[in-house]
Design a protein around this ligand. Structure first.
Ligand code: UD1
Length: 417
């Protein structure tokens, strides 16, 4: 597995273009199954998680080919309705195929999904939404057997606004008879992107972006072309990298309104952030300062996926910042690694207290999850001396060419296989 090496303390300057959103592309790839036709997913990021989704589609009998940054999925040739454990374990999002396969085939067989270790990640809300739609689901030693000769539209009330459960319910509901109303739906921009894709295939879905989503059946679905939205978490990562290292960067292909919670926090920390129709510019010349408590919450609150990278940006800030992780139980695995670099962080349960230090120093650290890995790179950019990051495979799950993008911004960073 590769190693990233960073010679830190160089301000970032220049411009880069943001990749398409991983968390949009993955459910959209699953949804493409519903068309029974050819779908072109434009601006699809080249990521190992996308490769995993493509491998699942190929296993199911689809043809999947890249044309530059577009991924073409031909699902006319679907031959199977099961996913083996080896593919399920590669990422959490494999579970989103359940709703799509059920809607297309009437049955599905798969195991529990893998994904980043962030504490327990149950799929009970996914399963109860599918059961409400009429699926009969049994668990035989970790293999989920799901049958639904006829899915029936219904009202689904999610106990928490789970992103994945909302997506699974939307996909299964596309194959149901009668309207489905999903209440307390997740409001993340990636859900709205999935709705756009479903509508482009001919489905009648409305309300995404709000808490109530309605899926009305009736029309046969067909192939389509759709461009995925920019990745807001990758955007936030580069913003935090420039906040940590200092400098002046401009990011293109962005949607700043989707990042308001993060840009507000960056401004509170002393960065200048200017936003336009499709760009965000961040300038940081002075040392950063601590900010009011950072509480992760569902969209439009502060994203849990930005907790680690923003923490990395604040390690040398003046004062003390409290983080409260409300979404996942165990999302501070980057903290011991940051402490190796000289950070002053204490954690207790869901709370982390960051006291800014004068300087960070390079160290040998290990990425243990996707965003935690990006946080280590962010801290390495700000640290004096050399940082090496192992466990780079986690970073490849969500970042397209992270070292190359940072090099284009002036960072001294390389990756070896
Ligand atoms: C998605 C994102 C991930 C992000 C997360 C929260 C994708 C591919 N991943 O993950 O990057 O960190 O949203 O914004 O889009 N829960 C249950 N039961 C369930 C499902 C979820 O209790 O059946 C809980 C989870 O344990 C967690 C919370 O609900 O505490 C939110 O999880 P969820 O929104 O489902 O996250 P993911 O869809 O897995």
């Amino acid at each position: 597995m590769g190693i990233i090496t960073i010679q830190g303390s160089t301000p970032l300057r220049g411009e880069t273009v943001i990749q398409g959103a991983k968390n949009s592309a993955l459910p959209i790839l699953a949804a493409s199954l519903l068309s029974g036709d050819v779908c072109r997913i434009e601006g699809c990021p080249h990521l190992s998680d996308v490769d995993s989704a493509a491998d699942i589609l190929r296993y199911l009998g689809c043809t999947v080919v890249w044309e530059d940054d577009d991924l073409l999925v031909d699902s006319r040739t679907l031959t199977r309705c099961d996913i083996p454990q080896s593919l399920m374990r590669r990422m959490r999002s494999s579970v989103i195929f359940l709703g799509a396969i059920l809607a297309r085939c009437g049955w599905a067989e798969l195991s529990y999904p893998g994904g980043c270790e962030l504490g327990p990640r149950p799929i009970d809300l996914h399963l109860s939404a599918l059961r409400a739609l009429g699926a009969d689901i049994s668990d035989a030693g970790g293999t989920l057997r799901c049958r639904a000769a006829h899915l029936r539209g219904c009202q689904i009330v999610l106990a928490t606004p789970s992103v994945g459960a909302t997506e699974n319910a939307m996909l299964a509901a596309c194959g149901a008879e009668g309207d489905t109303v999903i209440c307390n739906a997740a409001r993340e921009p990636e859900i709205a992107d999935l709705q756009e894709f479903l509508c482009a295939m001919g489905a009648q879905v409305r309300g995404a972006g709000g808490s109530v989503i309605t899926v009305s059946p009736g029309r046969a679905l067909h192939g389509c072309a759709h461009r995925v939205i920019p990745d807001r978490i990758v955007t936030a990562t580069y913003l935090c990298a420039a906040a940590a290292a200092g400098g002046d960067i401009t990011l293109r292909n962005t949607e700043h309104r989707q990042l308001a919670a993060v840009t507000t926090a960056l401004r509170q920390a002393g960065c200048r952030v200017d936003c336009g129709a499709d760009y965000i510019r961040l300038t940081r010349t002075e040392p950063l300062r601590a900010v009011p408590p950072v509480q992760t919450t569902p969209y439009p609150g502060f994203p849990t996926d930005c907790q680690a990278i923003f923490m990395a940006a604040l390690l040398q800030s003046r004062g003390t910042t409290v983080f409260v992780e409300n979404i996942f139980q165990s999302r501070y695995r980057h903290v011991p690694e940051l402490i190796r670099m000289g950070a002053d962080i204490r954690t207790e349960g869901r709370v982390a207290v960051v006291c800014g230090v004068e300087r960070l120093h390079g160290a040998e650290v290990v990425a243990t999850d996707l965003r935690g890995g990006a946080a280590l790179v962010t801290a390495g950019l700000a640290a004096e001396g050399i940082t090496t990051v192992q466990g780079v495979g986690h970073i490849h799950r969500g970042y397209e060419e992270l070292p190359a993008h940072l090099r284009a911004l002036g960072a001294h960073i390389t990756e070896e296989n």
